[in-house]
Design a protein around this ligand. Structure first.
Ligand code: HEM
Length: 232
């Protein structure tokens, strides 16, 4: 790939703040929550001690849950405002092309094709990460608040559903942590395009040579716009 200093604005300041809010609070919830779940393990005891005891650690868990929820609400409000102003397209919605991209990507990875999948604004991997937060928040966030305010939860939910949701909170948390620290981290930090790390979450910028690899169709569109109008 040719070296170039050009970079494209991919995330505005609001998207960066939303992402920082989500990842910092998620990490806090994961560390404290998993120490509750595996409280007999020696590593969990060290974490409980670090927080100054179980009670305080649990308060930090709830604080993390609150920040996570507020970051998600911030995102929804931001999306609503952008849509209202006509500044947000539908690029993040799943399409048939995502399935053909997945097949093309697999064929390329397995050496059955010379041509890698060509992604537009969001690849199927990015869409998967994005939409996973919605179902994750429904299961983890919903159950978290029902357990936090049990009288409120019991006022409209049957007991068996609350019990299922409690198990869901715990198991979905393990699944979410595994997905984030393997799949998501590989795709955004450790894949050869980004290794040893990706600073987009902080700068909002993606280098042109990375765009050529990761979002070639979007880059083509931007270049056509620039040729037509001189700028975008
Ligand atoms: C809105 C966000 C959240 C709220 C309100 C919340 C609230 C809670 C509450 C009240 C408990 C105690 C459950 C009980 O009484 O048995 C708990 C446990 C737990 N939480 Fe969360 N939580 C949230 C997000 C998260 C996240 C993001 C993770 C991890 C990624 C997580 C992982 C856990 C785990 C592993 C437990 C222990 C469950 C067990 O005992 O097996 N939580 N949470």
């Amino acid at each position: 790939m040719a070296a170039t200093k050009s970079a494209y604005q991919r995330w505005d300041i609001h998207q960066r703040l939303q992402h920082i809010g989500v990842f910092s609070s998620f990490t806090l919830c994961a560390i404290t929550g998993l120490s509750i779940k595996f409280n007999h393990a020696p590593w969990a005891r060290s974490i409980v001690d670090f927080f100054g005891g179980f009670e305080t650690m649990f308060k930090w868990h709830l604080f993390g849950g609150l920040i996570l929820t507020l970051a998600c609400i911030y995102h929804l409000v931001w999306m609503a405002v952008k849509t209202w102003k006509g500044e947000l397209g539908w690029a993040v919605m799943p399409t048939l092309k995502d399935f053909t991209d997945l097949a093309d990507h697999l064929k390329y990875q397995l050496g059955l094709s010379e041509q890698p999948a060509r992604f537009d604004r969001y690849s199927y991997k990015e869409k998967f990460d994005y939409w996973a937060v919605f179902w994750g928040m429904f299961i983890i966030g919903g159950s978290g608040f029902v357990m936090w305010f049990p009288e409120w939860g019991a006022s409209f939910l049957p007991r068996w559903l609350i019990d299922c949701w409690r198990v869901g909170h715990s198991d979905e948390a393990v699944l979410a942590v595994l997905v984030i620290f393997t799949w998501h981290f590989y795709n955004v930090h450790f894949n050869p395009d980004f290794f040893p790390g990706n600073t987009l979450w902080f700068s909002g910028l993606m280098d042109e040579q990375v765009m050529e690899h990761e979002h070639p169709l979007e880059l083509e569109r931007i270049r056509q716009e620039v040729n037509r109008h001189g700028s975008i």
